[in-house]
Design a protein around this ligand. Sequence first.
Ligand code: ACO
Length: 316
Amino acid sequence: MTFSKIIGVGSYLPKNLLTNKDLEESLDTTDEWITSRTGIKQRHIVSKNEATSDLALEASLKAISASGIDKNDIDLIIVATTTPDKVFPSTACILQAKLKINECPAFDIQAVCSGFIYALSIADNFIKTNSAKKILVVGADSMSKITDYKDRSNAILWGDGAGAVILSASDNLGILSTHIHSDGKFENLLHVPKKNDPSLIDTIEMQGSQVFKMAVNTLDKIVDETLLANNLHKKDIDWLVPHQANIRILEATARKLDMDMSKVIVTIDRHGNTSAASIPLALDQGVKENKIKPGNLILMEAFGGGFTWGSALIRF
Ligand code: ACO
């Protein structure tokens, strides 16, 4: 049987920092409120001339280097993003050009904060069906470009960044299963409404507390679904690598897994919510900090706009 194995991880964060103290200057908020309600202390923000594909490029180069492969062996590029450089071509095609890899297929997928899990799930199916052997899977977002910095309920949450993995066909265990879902009827709880005015930027609107409750309940269910599908138990999981939306959501999922928070990779304090980038950024952090090691069993999970949600269980 062929498995998809992660053979390289990389990530990138733009240089500019936006701290809670900075936000206190421009908004009716406090470091204390933001820290206690979300766990966020700072976020990285792109500069004016930096595009999502620039973040994706840096993360991809690091993942390629970590994997040791020749970049021309990549036979599929998938970028999960909500903040593409342009309506078209896809950020994946722009990334492909920047990487100078010719002719392999490249496309974006859009599932907001669940985007990386969706991309991983699609990539896994390409490998299992022998349609690709080496896939570059990227989660990259510049959420600051669709944030209203006058709205204190939103401006405090979002950060920018990118993470990437190289997936390779392997005889050894890798991705054990992926699970993806959506329910479009909740569109208005978390969306970017169209202002239909070219002079205005369309920005995120979220009914935060309603989304929070749905996220906690839905993530509980996806944990059960994933363990059941693999006939595994909570105690078998070595690391939780969750989408970083709110520390209280991470703590709720850890409680559901009877897991100590020391087994959860947490980056929300330093990165904020980087949407599709948050899981691969956290994975890279876990690897760099020498926490996640070969052979560990990792559960990734995410919930986001759509609503979309999903999980991936991986033997690293
Ligand atoms: N500073 C100070 N006070 C604030 C701020 C702020 N930055 N923002 C809101 N408040 C106030 C509100 O006005 C409200 O005041 P009131 O009681 O006088 O009306 C009070 O704080 C409580 O507001 P809530 O919105 O109920 O606060 P909550 O505890 O729910 O926290 C938050 C808000 C952080 C947004 C939380 O609801 C959350 O994390 N939601 C889930 C986010 C998520 O998971 N999204 C999905 C993934 S993202 C994606 O897919 C793109």
